[in-house]
Design a protein around this ligand. Structure first.
Ligand code: ZN
Length: 306
């Protein structure tokens, strides 16, 4: 009986959407988790646009760290998240029902070092911070070290919260870091560090964050999932530097000069996850020991929304 009622309700909702293009109640909000970083700007922008265009409400749920955000995603407290793709792959590997439906952004990461380091070789013996082992920041560190014939055995790696990294570099506790933006730009703005490499110099078409949705949401709310993903990709295409700045100022609580610099490094057009680029990520994840058994493209990436 319950099933019949929910089917009927779903019918009424989709009928009312077709009839007037607007949803009247907000009991069907889409709950999306995010961290206040430039890497999540496409989803923040989508939330505003989607409501204006379709009446579909996105409830943005802000988290302070990746583990907290992953806990919400893994336990189904949210319908989706803008999240480090490696963390989502790890959850999928452990049996959590989620799919990656788009990229969070393109490029937009930098290797930051103290100003006295002028070459990769000089990183040997130094302390380098990453936000999490399961991250493209860890992969980029491995990439930069490999470019100089070094490995992670040659540096001391420490995991730090993104917000702590600029001050740790300024205070000399660490010698470099790689993390989601704008925390790289923050060190440059504080004159505490410099950009040794941009991500695209180390890994072309790198993947970093992804928009991830739960299978439950995708299967139970097919039409909403399609609207949401289409709208998300469009929002990315329309996210000019000016718009990105506007959205960043609204959600990120960072100085304008930090955002100005950081937004020069990132783009949001064409957020499709291609099989070719995903397979390069899989190779890196295996080579650098993040995971032995990452999910395949077919199992993890969803591109067909009808
Ligand atoms: Zn990212």
């Amino acid at each position: 009986m319950k099933k019949i009622i929910s089917l009927l309700t779903a019918g009424v909702i989709s009928f009312s959407m077709t009839a007037c293009g607007k949803k009247s109640d907000d009991s069907d909000k889409i709950k999306i988790a995010y961290l206040p970083i430039t890497h999540s700007l496409a989803v923040l922008e989508t939330a505003d646009e989607l409501e204006q265009q379709t009446g579909l409400k996105v409830e943005l749920v802000k988290y302070g760290s990746w583990p907290e955000l992953m806990d919400a995603l893994n336990t189904g407290r949210v319908d989706g998240a803008s999240v480090l793709i490696e963390l989502a792959m790890k959850s999928k590997e452990q049996g959590i029902g989620i799919k990656a439906v788009a990229l969070g952004h393109k490029n937009g990461n930098v290797i930051i070092t103290s100003k006295d380091i002028s070459s990769t070789e000089e990183l040997a013996g130094k302390t380098f911070a990453i936000p999490h082992r399961q991250s493209s920041h860890n992969i980029l560190l491995n990439d930069v070290l490999a470019s100089a014939g070094l490995t992670t055995d040659d540096v001391n790696i420490t995991e730090l919260a993104p917000t702590e990294m600029p001050s740790a570099l300024a205070g000399g506790q660490i010698d470099g870091y790689c993390v989601a933006e704008p925390f790289g730009a923050k060190a440059v703005s504080l004159d505490a560090g410099k950009v040794l490499f941009k991500s695209e110099e180390l890994w072309e078409d790198s993947l970093c964050c992804g928009l991830v949705l739960t299978d439950k949401f995708i299967n139970n709310r097919k039409e909403d999932a399609k609207y949401f993903v289409d709208s998300y990709k469009n929002a990315g295409k329309n996210l000019t530097k000016e718009k990105a700045m506007e959205t960043a100022k609204k959600y990120l609580n960072q100085d304008e000069d930090v955002l100005e610099l950081s937004l020069q490094w990132i783009s949001y057009d064409d957020l499709d996850i291609t099989e070719e680029n995903y397979n390069i990520l899989i190779d890196k994840v295996k080579t650098y020991g993040l995971s032995d058994n990452p999910p395949s493209y077919t199992d993890f990436v969803k591109t067909d929304f009808e």
